[in-house]
Design a protein around this ligand. Structure first.
Ligand SMILES: Cc1cc2nc3c(=O)[nH]c(=O)nc-3n(C[C@H](O)[C@H](O)[C@H](O)COP(=O)(O)OP(=O)(O)OC[C@H]3O[C@@H](n4cnc5c(N)ncnc54)[C@H](O)[C@@H]3O)c2cc1C
Length: 399
């Protein structure tokens, strides 16, 4: 296929929005962006360094702001058999196991936020997205294609098509970001340990496979939720740790056990029945411009955040839809990119601030813990749900 004209020769104008876009990275951000752009009639090449798409990390919470977009992209039918809609999101004290707060989900979420609150295995989500991308005539997926130098010329050598725009969706260690001369991600001082109770095994008390539960403790928390319709339980423990594998020879189960020292013995016993998946040092990106006129960053490459409000993938999915909307408008490429950034940055910062608040509240100890438990237990579930309207009921302008 002959390369299309370089952007400098035929910049998209109000009359001409026939862009060619290359996306680096086929994670949730890249695949959703490909589908959203293709839905607007924009041709996309997706370059992924991995030779197969095998998502790691077990489960994922997908809040209504994300599932609404996936539905609009026509993915509900493919995803519905794989996801589970938990009855509620629960906060529980890690020592007493007492319920601290409950936000209803399930049918309530569908009614209040007009879209489901779902949990799904990462592999199922990625497969559904990748299948839809492969089936779309405007999308070309290039696996086993690492992008070292994110320039239109280098991309065209891989794809035979000169992109007007390169979308950096290559995650927290983004090469597109590096090509733009931006600072790398910073280690947050926190580490996540992932474990799973595999499908088919009984879910041990005090875990409840019908809800999302965050057990809260001193300087750490543990989230447990069903992995998806295939069964199994996903567990994520988050606390302080080192970036490098100082505890590399300690299995995740033992590391989590040390992290949850002093927590309820039933919880610690239950963890012994879980299979460790490994440790994830958590990195953050909170600085740098997201675009330079030729390249735009989305998802973790632009704004990796702590998983304290379980919104990283949701924000990547929102970015993807917002980018497609702004690019398919009648504005110039430069203007569209600026519009995208102006639209997304305040929202990302609000979500990040919510995550920071959650970290403070979740890991509280001593009098702060007692105060937190008291304040939250006094708020009825519907009032707590109201606090999430800005996040879960979010719609893109014009949607
Ligand atoms: C413990 C934990 C729990 C989480 N839980 C949730 C949750 O419940 N809900 C939620 O919404 N979010 C959650 N998140 C956040 C979420 O996982 C991320 O925000 C999300 O996966 C980011 O997607 P992405 O597509 O931007 O990046 P990634 O998923 O990292 O995808 C990047 C892709 O780019 C490819 N790539 C990288 N470099 C190159 C290159 N040079 N050339 C070509 N391809 C390349 C990679 O192989 C990969 O496929 C969690 C995160 C963690 C760590």
């Amino acid at each position: 296929m002959p390369p299309s004209a370089p952007a400098s020769e035929a910049p998209p104008t109000d009359e001409n929005v026939s862009l060619t876009v290359a996306i680096v990275g086929a994670g949730m951000a890249g695949l959703t962006a490909a589908l959203a752009l293709a839905a607007k009639g924009i041709a996309v090449d997706i370059l992924e360094r991995a030779s197969g798409l095998d998502a790691v990390g077990a489960g994922l919470q997908l809040s209504p702001n994300a599932t609404r977009i996936l539905a609009a992209l026509g993915l509900s039918e493919a995803l519905a058999p794989h996801w589970v809609e938990p009855d509620e999101i629960r906060l529980a004290d890690g020592r007493s196991l007492r319920r601290v707060a409950t936000v209803p989900a399930g049918r309530f979420a569908r009614n209040r936020w007009d879209a489901p609150y779902a949990v799904v295995s990462r592999a199922d989500l990625q497969r559904a997205l990748a299948d839809a991308v492969r089936a779309h005539p405007l999308c070309r997926l290039h696996l086993g294609t690492p992008v070292a130098d994110a320039t239109p010329e280098a991309i065209a050598r891989h794809t035979g098509r000169h992109p007007d725009l390169i979308v950096g969706a290559d995650g927290v260690r983004s090469n597109v970001r590096a090509t733009m001369g931006l600072p790398p991600a910073r280690f947050s001082g926190n580490v996540a340990w992932r474990l799973t109770v595999p499908p088919g095994r009984p879910v041990p008390h005090p875990f409840d496979p019908t809800v999302v539960t965050a057990f809260l403790g001193r300087n750490a928390h543990l989230v447990a939720y069903p992995m998806g319709a295939g069964g199994g339980l996903n567990l994520v423990a988050i606390g302080s740790g080192r970036a490098e594998q100082a505890d590399g020879d300690i299995a995740a189960r033992d590391a989590v056990s040390a992290l949850l020292n002093g927590w309820n013995p039933a919880l610690r016993d239950a963890l012994k029945q879980a299979e460790p998946l490994g440790r994830w040092p958590l990195y953050e990106i909170a600085d740098g411009d997201w675009h330079d006129g030729t390249r735009i960053l989305i998802g973790d490459a632009a704004h990796a955040m702590m998983p304290f409000s379980a919104q990283g993938t949701a924000m990547a999915i929102e970015d993807a839809a917002a980018l497609a909307d702004t690019l398919s408008g009648t504005t110039r490429l430069q203007t569209a990119l600026e519009t995208f950034v102006a639209l997304r940055k305040p929202r990302i910062e609000r979500v990040r601030a919510r995550g920071a608040f959650n970290r403070f509240a979740y890991h509280a100890a001593g009098p702060l813990r007692l105060g937190r438990n008291l304040v939250l237990s006094l708020r009825p579930p519907e009032r707590l749900a109201e606090d999430f309207d800005w996040l879960y009921a979010h719609r893109l302008p014009g949607a």
